[in-house]
Design a protein around this ligand. Structure first.
Ligand code: ADP
Ligand code: MG
Ligand code: MG
Length: 889
């Protein structure tokens, strides 16, 4: 970096590795200059300057002087002069942070336009171009620098179109645009008491500061919070010579991708808008033409663009997106970055780049993630045969979603918070709608192409999206949308959006498993893709993840059906078989009989018989793989009748004067065991004090089933797990009892039997005394649901609705601790227990079960603290396999 100008770098002085200092856009521009692509000259004000400004110390010393020097050099390179009517240089002043935040910050175009420059252009016969550029400057400067509400400019523009009968902005002539410029300036004066400065240096200076300030704009902060981008990075400011797409017929602007970001198919892909500046393409204010149409009109230009796109993709070894502008037949590249893509495209592109020899499979694995895979496993619509769509549009982001129509972002967020599924419909979207895009299941817009704001953001978020819906008129104020043929769709109407076909349907359509879900759930091999490129890519990367991963993947499953699913999904065992299902529901009375002493022996025999049959079926299904059976865990409370209902029943019986002794005993027992805090009460290992016979029956059934199956030649591998242990003495008591029973069974069969016995670590005290527990346990399994509940002291059943959601809104907690592991608190306990446990007993097995084990964002944590396996519900298994593979490369 040149010491002479610490806050400013010229484009050719930077490269792609400098995104931290130059922002992503700046680093991309610098890299493209290096590669010899036609990038207009310019310079970059560094993020360091922005950080200095943000820290409150005002403008850093020397900044403006350095910018002025850089402008002199820019004038020389461009052969033009800033503010000189005879050879005017205009510049764009563009935000660009380290991480892409598309449209979230500000950019001011056409800086340097003044009355004198406009007059000179008019005199040279370029009136339309002059006034179009001028009105754009007033509009962007007014909004960004002076804080005038952008809607007010749009309203004037709409009014002008109506008055002049212009269908789009492109139909406005020079006179109309001159009037518009005057109108915009009047608006700015009225609102701010200031006019657009006629000194281009003042325009530039204030635009740079406004771009700095846009780092802390509300939508930028919201976006950073969602994407987990730190708040203190700041933005760079790119000052680039303007090239003009709004300079007549042979000019225009476009956005394109090196491959199809929707499906991932090879071949360039994009939109082009003649006689327009770049903002017009993204804002969706006019419907653009396909890139292939540009190819027919301007074959040489299209060929040149394609060459540059190939260069970029080979250089970055990934899908790139590009902004370009054509000025009077000459092509300029204005931006490149790694392109946002749909989940399906992410998989397909990664694997096809491997086929092409560009990257290897390890690298490909890092290009996809579990959240994307989860989206691909979502159901899709069943056949549309016999159905007629309400309307068709562009398939902007694949997926199948239904919900109630809403017409603004606030309603989308409010309704979603109430638990409703919503579809957001807008004329077009802007960065201000980000919260709504995030909340909605699907987004539809009446205008805009495949590279419009809505399309790009929806693909990045994996949201279903259809843009440019033909004939759709959205009226957010009246809260209604209409379609040709008199169809009206008021707010709240249920519609289905097929983002894969680009169609809108009335009502809620039937769904069926996606092709990816079907293939994965059948345990298909990479070759069995049926010609579907996305399926093939998913199967290929899953297979590679399996090859690489060190984490085992097990299932939480209890029935043979679930176990079969789990095996097909790729589970390597059952990490958690909850035994309570055997005793809840109809069978609840068996436990009640035990507690009330009503035919105890009979009830016990029945419980043991049931358990024996179920364990046998489960073990057989999981032949060759471990099955971890957890002893009865839920509160005794859940097996007893409801105290209030029972009291009412007894009172009624008393009125009739006939209270059966059995009923009285039931009431007494229920009252005796009633708890106000059952989740912190008589449950888990504590049941040993009241119902040791149930635990005996469970253990005996498991041991019997095992011995019998082994006798018949089956390789079955059961293990036992004790829930809710707080103190080592509880574990010792449980273990002694279980080992005695296993020993009895073995002796009776004249054989030997050893079942590994583990402990669930789900209370803080267990984690803190892990060294002691490890002396009596073969394995630990972290039950992070209860561990979160008890570490935070919050109930997972009630907390979300009552205050957790409000905590997140207020920024008190960043994420839901029941979804993604709280590394600082709950995670610290897990880490401590893992370390202490292993220190005491190096062979100790370590597993994790519960929601967090299936959460893509938590898996890196478990890998880091040395867990051996994760156990999650069967449908989550593919996601966990993929994430575990990603952790290992
Ligand atoms: P964003 O980050 O929102 O894409 P940009 O800084 O890329 O913002 O600029 C907004 C629009 O202005 C883009 O369409 C871009 O191509 C266009 N633009 C930026 N700089 C120039 C320039 N020097 N000449 C012509 N168009 C430009
Ligand atoms: Mg923009
Ligand atoms: Mg851009």
């Amino acid at each position: 970096r040149t010491a002479r100008r610490p806050f400013v770098l010229e484009l050719h002085e930077g490269d792609r590795t400098m995104a931290g200092l130059l922002g992503g856009k700046g680093a991309g521009l610098a890299e493209m200059s290096r590669l010899g692509l036609p990038v207009p000259p310019g310079f970059i004000v560094t993020t360091e300057a922005c950080r200095a400004w943000l820290s409150g110390g005002g403008e850093p010393d020397g900044l403006w002087g350095q910018i002025e020097d850089a402008m002199v050099e820019l004038e020389q390179r461009a052969g033009l002069r800033f503010g000189d009517p005879s050879a005017p240089l205009l510049v764009s002043v563009r935000s660009g942070a380290r991480f892409s935040m598309p449209g979230m910050m500000e950019t001011v175009l056409d800086v340097g336009m003044t009355d004198a420059v406009a007059a000179a252009l008019v005199a040279r016969g370029e009136g339309r171009f002059a006034w179009d550029s001028y009105r754009r400057l007033v509009q962007m400067y007014g909004r960004t620098v002076l804080g005038v509400d952008g809607v007010l400019f749009d309203d004037q523009l709409t009014l002008l179109r109506q008055e002049t009968g212009a269908a789009t902005d492109a139909d406005l002539d020079a006179a109309a645009l001159e009037r518009l410029t005057a109108g915009f300036r009047r608006l700015v004066r009225e609102r701010t008491g200031e006019d657009l400065p006629q000194d281009p240096r003042e325009q530039l200076h204030r635009a740079v500061i406004a771009v700095f300030a846009s780092w802390n704009g509300e939508r930028a902060r919201l976006y950073r919070a969602h994407e987990g981008i730190p708040d203190d990075l700041g933005t760079a400011v790119n000052v680039v010579q303007m090239v003009f797409g709004n300079r007549g017929e042979r000019s225009g602007s476009g956005v394109c991708f090196t491959r199809d970001p929707v499906s991932g198919a090879p071949g360039v892909f994009g939109d082009y808008l003649p006689d327009a500046q770049g903002e017009d393409v993204v804002s969706g204010s006019r419907s653009p033409m396909d890139l292939s149409e540009l190819g027919r009109r301007e074959p040489a230009l299209h060929a040149e663009l394609s060459t540059h796109l190939r260069t970029l993709e080979e250089h970055y070894r990934d899908l790139c997106d590009v902004e370009f502008t054509v000025e009077r037949g000459r092509l300029w590249i204005l931006q490149t970055r790694l392109g946002k893509r749909s989940p399906a495209a992410a998989f397909r592109i990664a694997v096809e780049l491997v086929d092409e020899g560009v990257i290897d499979l390890d690298e490909a694995l890092t290009r996809v993630d579990g959240t994307q895979l989860q989206t691909l496993l979502h159901p899709t619509f069943a056949s549309a045969e016999g159905l007629t769509p309400l309307a068709r549009g562009l398939a902007a982001s694949p997926g199948a979603a239904y919900g109630q129509l809403v017409f603004d972002a606030e309603t989308a967020m409010a309704w979603t918070a109430l638990g409703r599924a919503v579809v957001l419909a807008r004329p077009e979207t802007s960065p201000d709608d980000f919260g709504g895009l995030l909340a909605a299941r699907a987004v539809i817009t009446s205008r805009g192409g495949l590279t419009s704001h809505a399309a790009v953001v929806a693909r990045g978020l994996g949201r279903t999206c259809v843009t440019g819906v033909e004939g759709l008129v959205v009226d957010p104020d009246a809260r209604v949308a209409t379609l040709p043929g008199g169809v009206t769709l008021p707010e709240g109407t249920v519609v289905s959006v097929d983002g894969t076909a680009g169609e809108l349907y009335a009502g809620q359509r039937d769904v069926e498993p996606s092709a990816v879900a079907t293939a994965v759930s059948q345990g298909a091999a990479p070759g069995e893709h049926g010609g579907d490129s996305t399926v093939r890519a998913v199967l290929t990367l899953l297979a590679h993840a399996d090859l690489r991963r060190r984490l085992g993947v097990m299932a939480n499953a209890e029935t043979p059906e679930e176990a079969r699913d789990a095996r097909r999904f790729g589970a390597e065992g059952i990490g958690l078989c909850r035994t309570e299902h055997m005793l809840l529901g109809d069978r609840r009375v068996l436990v009640e009989r035990l507690v009330t002493d009503e035919d105890r022996e009979g009830a016990l025999a029945e419980i043991e018989q049931l358990a024996h049959a179920e364990f046998t079926a489960l073990l057989e299904t999981m032949e060759g793989l471990p099955v971890v059976v957890r002893l009865l865990d839920p509160p005794l409370h859940e097996f007893l009748p409801d105290l209030v209902e029972l009291s009412v029943e007894v009172a009624r019986a008393e009125e009739r004067g006939t209270v059966e002794p059995a009923l009285e005993r039931r009431l007494a027992t229920t009252r005796r065991w009633h708890e106000s805090n059952p989740m912190l009460g008589l449950r888990g290992v504590r049941l040993l004090t009241v119902l040791p016979q149930i635990i005996d029956a469970q253990v005996r059934a498991l041991a019997e089933a095992t011995v019998e199956l082994r006798d018949r030649g089956h390789d079955v591998r059961p293990e036992l797990m004790v829930p809710l242990v707080a103190d080592v003495a509880e574990l010792v008591a449980a273990r002694t009892r279980m080992e005695a029973i296993v020993g009895d069974v073995a002796r009776a069969h004249d054989t030997s039997l050893h079942l590994p016995i583990g402990v669930m670590v789900e209370l803080a005290r267990a984690a803190l005394t892990a060294s002691e527990l490890a002396q009596h346990a073969d394995f630990f399994s972290f039950g992070t649901n209860d561990l979160t509940q008890t570490t935070w002291g919050i109930s997972r059943d009630d907390a979300e609705a009552n205050f957790l959601a409000a905590y997140r809104d207020a920024g008190i907690v960043a994420t839901d601790p029941f979804k993604t592991i709280d590394e600082a608190g709950v995670g610290a306990l897990v880490e401590l227990a893992a370390r202490d446990g292993r220190r005491t007993c190096p062979a100790l097995g370590l597993g994790a079960c519960g929601e967090h084990a299936g959460d893509p964002a938590s898996i890196a944590f478990f890998a880091r603290v040395g867990v051996d396996y994760l156990s999650c519900s069967p449908p989550r298994i593919p996601v966990v396999r993929l994430e575990a593979g990603r952790q290992a490369v």
